[in-house]
Write a protein of this length. Structure first.
Length: 291
């Protein structure tokens, strides 16, 4: 349908550029007729196809599936005239597949919507930790629930707010029930992006528990960038891409997939809020340099 629509519109408008956002990569072929007419094709690769498909399945792709996914990506890249991706880890990955230069254009928060909240936030005594984003196994919300359970006796006021929806919602809620911390976990559902800052305004920290692996290691967490833009202390999974852009002096990292180490990070943040605020300030300065 995209091929038909772009072809018909090109007959009337004579496009100079066709910009394609994956997935799938093969949407570049929707621009076949414009390309034959001299238009340039730009492919913006946000997600690595083979790695994401394997992550969704919960196991590696069969050899034929990986070969097919890699072939789809290579052919699509070769058809395009310019290649864009979202972070340095993805740039390195794509550079192995294509001799063409790869430009990085990062996903970063809208500064008019996500600005520091110090003017109206009082998180001095807060023990809320907040996650905003998709609720999927790869995003690790079960790890936060387990960490809250481990810390329940030590921090009786500790609470966890979840903003978003996703396929793992029921399993995360069920885990909270099984561990006896359902009363500490608040699900706010899907909300407009503009409402997220107010739902983070009373939080001690924003949290990103992304699992590692071949897909997770390539992820730059947009939610982390939003937390940092709001001046919020951040607890973050120590995946490779996040460690490339931020240091231990800017984010409080924990070992990916390790609920006990996540509990250690939450404890460190809650028992030393001054250090958390200093990290948040340095993180904000780093984010400004990424813009």
């Amino acid at each position: 349908w995209a091929f038909v629509l772009v072809s018909l519109l090109h007959a009337r408008r004579r496009y100079h550029v066709v910009y394609v956002h994956n997935m799938p990569n093969f949407l570049v072929f929707a621009g076949l007729f414009p390309k034959l007419g001299g238009a340039k094709i730009v492919l913006d690769v946000h997600d690595p196809a083979a790695e994401l498909l394997a992550d969704i399945r919960g196991r590696d792709l069969p050899p034929w599936g990986r070969r097919l996914a890699n072939a789809e990506e290579r052919i699509s890249i070769s058809f395009s005239d310019a290649l864009i991706t979202v972070n340095e880890s993805m740039r390195r990955r794509l550079s192995v597949m294509s001799p063409r230069p790869v430009s990085v254009v990062m996903n970063l928060p809208d500064p008019e919507r996500f600005a520091p909240l110090e003017a109206f936030r009082d998180r001095g005594n807060s023990e809320w930790i907040v996650y905003s984003g998709s609720i999927a196994h790869r995003n690790g919300l079960d790890l936060i629930v387990r960490a809250v359970s481990l810390l329940a006796d030590e921090f009786p006021l500790l609470r966890f707010r979840v903003i978003g929806e996703g396929p793992a919602l029921e399993s995360v809620a069920r885990l909270a029930e099984d561990l006896g911390v359902a009363d500490r976990v608040e699900f706010r559902g899907l909300v407009p992006n503009g409402q997220i800052p107010s739902l983070l305004s009373d939080a001690a920290a924003g949290i990103s528990p992304q699992r590692g692996g071949v897909f997770g290691s390539l992820v730059f967490s947009m939610k982390v960038a939003e937390y940092v833009a709001l001046g919020l202390p951040v607890i973050c999974s120590g995946i490779a891409t996040m460690r490339h852009y931020f240091s231990d002096d800017e984010l409080l990292f924990f070992e990916p997939g390790n609920a006990e180490d996540l509990a250690r990070a939450i404890r460190a943040l809650l028992t030393n809020p001054a250090a958390a605020e200093e990290r948040a300030a340095r993180g904000l300065m780093k984010l400004d340099k990424l813009d």
